[in-house]
Design a protein around this ligand. Structure first.
Ligand SMILES: [Zn+2]
Length: 216
């Protein structure tokens, strides 16, 4: 069923609440500052520290993005947010798989990019997860999981894109993303996701407040 213009407008308004816009401004600022801090600090001297903090930034961006999508309301949301951060960080282990070694040196000097860094994998993985959950009739409360995977992994790919571009296998890769584009894409991604979640009914729209009418 197609959403009516009215529904679309309401979905747009709800995915761009004042709090969520302020939080994504904060996320944008974090993106701008985090990588700069890495370059100037003592962290830069050690390969391990550099990789760990790089991975931690992926995790923080993943958590922050999901927090914008759901808006923290109850205690249980914190667990969800931590899971989103884990998902955003964990895909870097494919470096070690491809290197077939736990050596950081080997993982960082791969002849090609490891498979979880191919952006085509994201929609495929999200849809597969959705399908699996449908088959096994997983509880409704887990319906957000494919969306979380999408947001976390996409935010990781966008950030890696500053150095490597986006790799859309089997079609090839884009040139490295300009830094400003990375900041804009990262801070708007949660809004786009929650907009689509509202439209597809993954998230329930709040009933419109009595007394407030939106004329469209
Ligand atoms: Zn990566």
């Amino acid at each position: 069923m197609m959403a009516s213009e009215m529904d679309k407008t309401r979905a747009l308004l709800q995915s761009c609440s004042t709090e969520s816009i302020i939080s994504s401004l904060g996320l944008g600022i974090f993106c701008m500052v985090a990588d700069k801090l890495l370059q100037f600090s003592i962290i830069h001297q050690s390969e391990w520290l550099r990789s760990l903090s790089d991975n931690a930034i992926h995790g923080v961006i993943g958590m922050w993005s999901w927090a914008i999508v759901i808006g923290i309301k109850k205690k249980a949301d914190v667990g969800e947010i931590i899971l989103a951060g884990f998902l955003a960080s964990v895909i870097d282990i494919d470096h070690f798989f491809l290197a077939k070694s736990l050596s950081l040196k080997a993982a960082l000097s791969l002849p090609r990019r490891p498979f979880l860094h191919c952006s085509t994998v994201i929609p495929i993985a999200a849809l597969t997860l959705k399908f699996i959950m449908h088959i096994f009739k997983l509880k409704d409360s887990w319906h957000f999981l494919p969306w979380m995977l999408f947001v976390s992994w996409t935010s990781h790919h966008i950030r890696d894109g500053i150095r490597h571009g986006l790799w859309i296998c089997p079609f090839g890769k884009t040139s490295p993303l300009p830094f400003w584009l990375y900041v804009i894409m990262t801070s708007t991604l949660p809004h786009m996701c929650s907009f689509v979640m509202y439209l597809t009914g993954t998230r329930q729209m709040m009933p419109s407040k009595p007394g407030i009418r939106i004329d469209v």
